[in-house]
Design a protein around this ligand. Sequence first.
Ligand SMILES: Nc1ncnc2c1ncn2[C@@H]1O[C@H](COP(=O)(O)OP(=O)(O)OP(=O)(O)O)[C@@H](O)[C@H]1O
Ligand SMILES: [Mg+2]
Length: 203
Amino acid sequence: MRLIVASMKGGSGKSTVSFNLAVWLAYRVPVHLYDLDPQGTLRDVCQDRSEQEIFPALPVSTTLEGDAPNTAYTIMDTSYAALMTFRKALISADVILMPVGPSQADIWSAQRFIDVCVEWSTPPVWAFINRADTHHAVRESDDAEAALEQIPYIKPLGVRLGQRTAFRRSLSEARAVFELDAGSKASYELNEFAKSVYPTLGP
Ligand SMILES: Nc1ncnc2c1ncn2[C@@H]1O[C@H](COP(=O)(O)OP(=O)(O)OP(=O)(O)O)[C@@H](O)[C@H]1O
Ligand SMILES: [Mg+2]
């Protein structure tokens, strides 16, 4: 399955999610990554991981050109800023995974992104709330998820990733949240999330 992690909004968590999902996959099946963002976040994290000799290693390409990797699972991290590459990657994917923050601005941005997807006839968009508030009294994430459900073309995954230090640490330490602490809440959330994206590959 060719999965692309994309959104219009910067900082929505694309690289964090691409990396954690890729490590989760790499424990189960061969996976190949594409870092199509000129910022090169994923490339840097994977290089760091390789220098620290953390296994499984994650092979990364930085262009869609060249030989296709011999793996059934690929994950692409993207940037809306590199528009031509972005469009090509979106159209070539099987599934678009969109992280959305729990705010009205993120919902508006999600709607704009869907307009572009419809115009480009892309594959369907699976959306989820990233950086969800972790206090039960705060309802912003519920409201954002309800708003997502109203947007045509979106399939809401119904699982969330919380606003957690572990996700921030995962990029800086080049380890998935379950490699940092298998018993953490972030680790549990990532596992539930990954199983909803790849239901045949759990637990
Ligand atoms: N669930 C989360 N909990 C806490 N921090 C998070 C979470 N997801 C992402 N972050 C933090 O938010 C910031 C932006 O995340 P990330 O770089 O993954 O976003 P991005 O969409 O790839 O950004 P860009 O558009 O710049 O490529 C980072 O500091 C990251 O650690
Ligand atoms: Mg990024």
